[in-house]
Unconditional design. Structure first.
Length: 277
């Protein structure tokens, strides 16, 4: 379901983010490939890596594109002197790796122009709503216009690629694992509240948007969530030492009818009042 590979060289530490991911050359079944590694510095940060793994598979269940992932065992190789907190990158430590996506460009608000031409370049514009629905369902408020965490594939027609779900499940690293937060914020936080989503979805017919919501709900209802999470749990490295309360919380979060009903109510209102172009 997910392989374990090994790093053979660290290239750089990516600044500007909480995680400080490592761009690294790794050896996988295809040969030498570049992966972005996320690692844990404290015990509760392992839950963020769990969220990355779980949301990777959930995104694909929702037919969203997302980079391939692996568990990465840190190899016996030097750590560049400029790296911050190198003590968290010890040889043999198993971390999360996301394979570098090829022939894509990261979406940023500084580079994007809102126009019908750019809208028409999207192969599946309706997937913009799907991304928003997905984020609301998994409790990810981290995809904003300041940090879209989206790639667009290059070419005449562009596809949307999602990544970075470390803060899913209402910031799982800060969770007590007791109560599931059912409150939904659609305009102040998250992707649908961004100008990009709001402007671009104005070119999609409301009938198509409503059909997308119905299809998304059917996809969720077709999932056996405890079984799906159980399969993913079996892949976790033993060294991560994930307690049962973590996966139990994720199952309860994804299965919450109150959360899903609130998501649907907010999204239906969002569509209702979305200005058509």
């Amino acid at each position: 379901m997910i392989s374990t590979i090994q790093s053979i060289q660290f290239l750089r530490q990516v600044g500007g983010t909480f995680n400080r991911p490592i761009e690294s050359i790794c050896r996988d079944d295809s040969g030498l490939e570049v992966y972005y590694l996320k690692y844990f510095r404290t015990g509760n940060e392992i839950e963020g890596l769990v969220a990355e793994v779980v949301c990777h598979f959930l995104a694909r269940k929702m037919n969203l594109l997302t980079p391939d992932i692996s568990y990465v065992e840190i190899g016996d190789h030097p750590i560049p002197d400029e790296f911050v907190h190198p003590e968290h990158l010890s040889t043999g430590k198993v971390v999360f790796g996301s394979k570098k996506a090829e022939k894509v460009d990261e979406l940023t608000k500084l580079e994007f122009i809102f126009s019908k031409h750019e809208f028409n370049r999207l192969e599946y514009p309706i997937h913009l709503l799907r991304v928003g629905l997905f984020d609301l369902w998994i409790g990810n408020n981290d995809r904003t216009e300041d940090n879209y965490n989206l790639f667009l594939t290059r070419g005449k027609k562009q596809k949307i690629v999602v990544f970075d779900h470390f803060e899913a499940f209402n910031k799982i690293t800060e969770s007590s694992f007791r109560d599931v937060n059912t409150f939904i914020e659609i305009y102040e936080k998250g992707f649908l509240g961004s100008k990009y989503a709001y402007e671009m979805l104005g070119w999609v017919s409301k009938d198509d948007l409503n059909r997308e919501v119905d299809e998304f709900v059917r996809n969720i209802q077709g999932l056996d969530i405890p079984e799906e999470i159980g399969k993913i749990e079996e892949t976790f490295p033993d060294s991560w030492d994930i307690g049962a309360e973590v996966t139990d919380y994720i199952v309860r979060y994804l299965s919450s009818e109150d959360r899903l009903n609130n998501v649907l109510e907010e999204v239906n209102n969002y569509i209702k009042y979305l200005p058509e172009k």
